[in-house]
Design a protein around this ligand. Structure first.
Ligand SMILES: Nc1ncnc2c1ncn2[C@@H]1O[C@H](COP(=O)(O)OP(=O)(O)OP(=O)(O)O)[C@@H](O)[C@H]1O
Length: 299
């Protein structure tokens, strides 16, 4: 309850809207997400390089309609409170003079996890398990702080030049409270959505465990657990929702049996058959990592 009170307590007096074009030197666009524009920028107040994310007003309003009456905290409010080495640090959030939400973040120099999944280069092969563990730590942090991410997938993850995994997008995060766990909308990315979410049943943090397992499966195999000729749509996902996933061990012949089994358990159709917590799944991956000598010495 304390958490809820804090979350919905009236905030400090509203900050003034910011004219981002005046305040920031926009060096170049780095990303076009489906909901926003992101720039590499320099903050004229601090002189520091930052990532500036400006959310599309119309698209954000459409998304908010899906949570009407639930008082969902906006992305900036969620992001500003997160402090974890595997979560991008948000320094500031607010409204632009055009009425758009903006976030100022640390700029992560690196590549998208989607790129590494696709390339399957030496770097990816050597670090795959280590990246998976780091991502799991970020998710465990979110769950311990009573959030459900709802959109975990390679598109929302950057791997820094120092091989540090950073979760970057909190646009669909919801509090892990009864109103948000009730059956309802299907926001997220279709191929990573848990069956209970697709079937519009009650959900909880185990939907993230499913998305995490799909992501890790893809990191090892380059392919999704379910074969599909079609794009990432709800229709194609509905076609395979009741069929078992492909066996990671068969798709990636050299993979360690325990690692493969850990990932497959995260993909169980019934959430009760999945890992009960992401902590348990990450600890299992970590134990394999230590046995196989695939983690840094201090892990
Ligand atoms: N802090 C950051 N540092 C460097 N690049 C970033 C940062 N944040 C975002 N980006 C880049 O901007 C892109 C879009 O960001 P993000 O995923 O947060 O936007 P979005 O509109 O919520 O996207 P979507 O809804 O499609 O997932 C990312 O894929 C990444 O390339």
């Amino acid at each position: 309850m304390k958490f809820l009170k804090k979350l919905f307590a009236p905030g400090p007096a509203k900050a003034r809207p910011v004219d981002v074009k005046k305040r920031f030197e926009l060096i170049g666009r780095v990303g076009q997400g489906s909901m926003s524009k992101v720039w590499r920028a320099r903050d004229s107040m601090s002189g520091k390089p930052v990532a500036l994310k400006v959310l599309d007003k119309a698209k954000t309003a459409r998304l908010e309609k899906r949570f009407v009456g639930l008082n969902r905290p906006p992305e900036g409010v969620v992001a500003i409170g997160l402090r974890h080495p595997n979560i991008v640090r948000t320094h500031e959030h607010g409204l632009t003079t055009d009425g758009e939400q903006y976030l100022v973040m640390e700029f992560v120099e690196g590549v998208g996890l989607s790129y590494l999944v696709d390339r399957q280069n030496e770097r990816m092969k050597t670090n795959c398990l280590w990246y998976a563990v780091q991502l799991g730590e970020a998710l465990d942090y979110l769950h311990r702080h009573q959030w459900i991410h709802r959109d975990l997938c390679p598109r929302n993850i950057i791997v820094s030049d120092e091989d540090v995994v950073k979760l970057i997008d909190f646009g669909l995060v919801v509090p892990n409270t009864p109103p948000f766990r009730a059956p309802g909308n299907r926001t997220g990315t279709a191929s990573y959505m848990a069956p209970e979410l697709i079937k519009r049943l009650a959900t909880d943090e185990r939907i993230d465990i499913f998305s995490y397992a799909v992501t890790v499966f893809e990191m090892f195999a380059k392919q999704l657990p379910w074969k599909t000729d079609q794009a990432d749509t709800m229709e194609s996902v509905l076609q395979h929702i009741n069929t078992p996933p492909r066996d990671l061990k068969k798709l990636v012949p050299g993979i360690d049996e325990q690692v493969a089994a850990t990932v497959m358990k995260g993909l169980a159709n019934d959430p009760r058959d999945r890992w009960p917590t992401v902590r348990k799944m990450v600890d299992d991956l970590k134990a394999s990592g230590r046995r196989l000598n695939l983690l840094p010495a201090d892990e």
